[in-house]
Design a binder for this molecule. Structure first.
Ligand code: CTP
Ligand code: MG
Length: 214
């Protein structure tokens, strides 16, 4: 059984337009867009929302209360989940191709943990004193996205360990990797960009119509 868990309890401070997951793009919220991507793939879908929105009804998802950090929101979601496999996906990434979800599920089947990851197009350098210090080998660099998938027991243990050691993370695969366990890197997608700042919002607004046509 597969559980899709969607942290959507953030306050969207950097964007400054209120609860980000509940903003609409071309008539549908970021959160609804993420929920819909899992239909036909996940056996249950659970979303973590801010306290003020807990009564909001969803046709295809259950609601739990989020926490003060993304990590605690994910912990609350994990406690509510039943699946032997869990997929964690940030509502802040509204354009989620089903093919990416399938690749992450394949990674979980073989390695126990997997994340969407995107190769970089730009040349990447290390900076010091605003000067070019050294070149990074782009071939070995990936930008980490969501969804991330895990055997539920593995992720529960990783969160438990992180809590004991007071490790804070903005990402779940990192909690597995820090224990020395394998995390498969599956090909992500450029359209899966995270809506974080005003520029991302402008891009998402323009792109939503294109995505909805396809
Ligand atoms: N999130 C959450 N609970 C929190 C904080 C974040 O469920 N206490 C979720 C957000 O809703 C989002 C995802 O984690 O879907 C990624 O977080 P981010 O992009 O940082 O969103 P916000 O925390 O809302 O934005 P900001 O950091 O700018 O306030
Ligand atoms: Mg945040």
């Amino acid at each position: 059984m597969i559980s899709a868990l969607i942290p959507a309890a953030g306050s969207g401070e950097r964007l400054g337009m209120g609860a980000k997951a509940l903003l609409e793009l071309n008539g549908r919220t970021l959160l609804e867009r993420s929920i819909d991507a899992f239909l036909g793939i996940a056996d249950e879908i659970i979303v973590a929302l801010p306290e003020a929105h807990l009564t909001m009804p969803f046709k295809h998802a259950r609601v739990v209360a989020g926490g003060t950090t993304r990590q605690t929101s994910v912990q609350n979601l994990l406690e509510a989940a039943q699946g032997d496999v869990v997929l964690i996906h940030d509502a802040a990434r509204p354009f989620l191709p089903k093919a990416v979800i399938q690749r992450v599920l394949e990674g979980v089947a073989t390695h126990g943990a997997a994340t969407a990851a995107l190769p970089m197009a730009d040349t990447l350098v290390v900076e010091a004193n605003e000067q070019w210090q050294s070149l990074l080998d782009r071939v070995h660099i990936r930008a980490i996205q969501t969804p991330q998938g895990f055997r539920r027991d593995l992720l529960l243990n990783a969160h438990h360990q992180a809590q004991l050691e007071q490790v804070a993370a903005t990402d779940d695969a990192g909690l597995i990797a820090r224990l020395g366990l394998p995390v498969a890197l599956c090909l992500g997608d450029e359209r899966l960009f995270k809506v974080t700042r005003a520029g991302d919002w402008a891009l998402a607004t323009a792109f939503a119509a294109v995505w909805d046509e396809g």
